[in-house]
Design a protein around this ligand. Structure first.
Ligand SMILES: [Zn+2]
Length: 237
């Protein structure tokens, strides 16, 4: 019988290898996740911390109605240190980056009240992408947000097509087509839902997820993203 040894793509090992080597060379995260300078144990070095809080309107939230009944709250533009943190989380999937981002969330806009029965969930990653990256960064982020808001976090959505194309290289129309009937609710939903994602780009993903959640019974859905990318997408969404 012919035996075959299958390896994951070489590049899928790189993030793990990089983080492994970094842990040996710089234990306890002594390096800034954004600029690579000495960070004295924090995720960001003091300079990047200052930049994070000064190169955008950190405490100002933007509300955008994605469709009737679906409001998106976005923390700040997809630029500077915030963008680098989001990209770092997406590609490195390090929990400390999710924590740093989730810390920025607080305080949430005072007029959004999440009842205690609210469940925090995330946009499920395409299976092929999840295997490549080992960790689902959406899940890591949703868990960090749920911890801070003292809410339950669990998966409420799944992808109907496990090998969904990534959205990054697609235009608006292609995104719509790619995502039509892409998601379904994994349980009956009789509670408010807080859908968390890192970047809001065209809003197509959020709308499709909301559609699936509504089919599952949800009638109160809020979408929360850290950054707002205009034009070209850098997220697979
Ligand atoms: Zn730095």
């Amino acid at each position: 019988m012919k035996k075959e040894v299958l390896y994951g793509g070489f590049f899928s090992f790189l993030p793990r290898m990089r983080s492994f080597l970094k842990d040996i060379v710089y234990p306890e995260r002594a390096v800034c996740a954004v600029c690579g300078c000495v960070s004295k144990g924090g995720v960001l070095c003091p300079d990047c911390k200052v930049r994070l809080r000064s190169d955008g309107i950190v405490m100002a939230w933007e509300r955008e109605e994605l469709e009737p009944g679906l409001d998106a709250y976005v923390l700040r533009p997809h630029t500077g240190v915030a963008r680098q943190l989001v990209l770092g989380l997406k590609h490195g999937a390090e929990k400390c980056l999710a924590d740093e981002l989730a810390d920025l969330l607080l305080p949430v806009p005072p007029h959004i009240i999440f009842p205690p029965e609210t469940v925090v969930t995330w946009v499920p990653m395409p299976e092929t992408r999840r295997r490549e990256r080992c960790i689902d960064h959406g899940k890591v982020l949703a868990e960090a947000v749920a911890t801070r808001l003292n809410l339950t976090c669990r998966p409420l959505l799944f992808r109907l097509n496990a090998n969904d194309k990534t959205q990054a290289s697609l235009g608006r129309q292609a995104r719509e087509a790619n995502l039509s009937r892409a998601f379904a609710a994994s349980e009956k939903i009789a509670f408010p839902v807080l859908l968390v994602d890192d970047v809001l780009t065209t809003g197509t993903t959020a709308r499709r997820c909301a559609e699936a959640l509504r089919k599952g019974g949800a009638d109160e859905i809020t979408f929360l993203a850290f950054t707002r990318a205009m034009g070209g997408a850098s997220s697979y969404l």
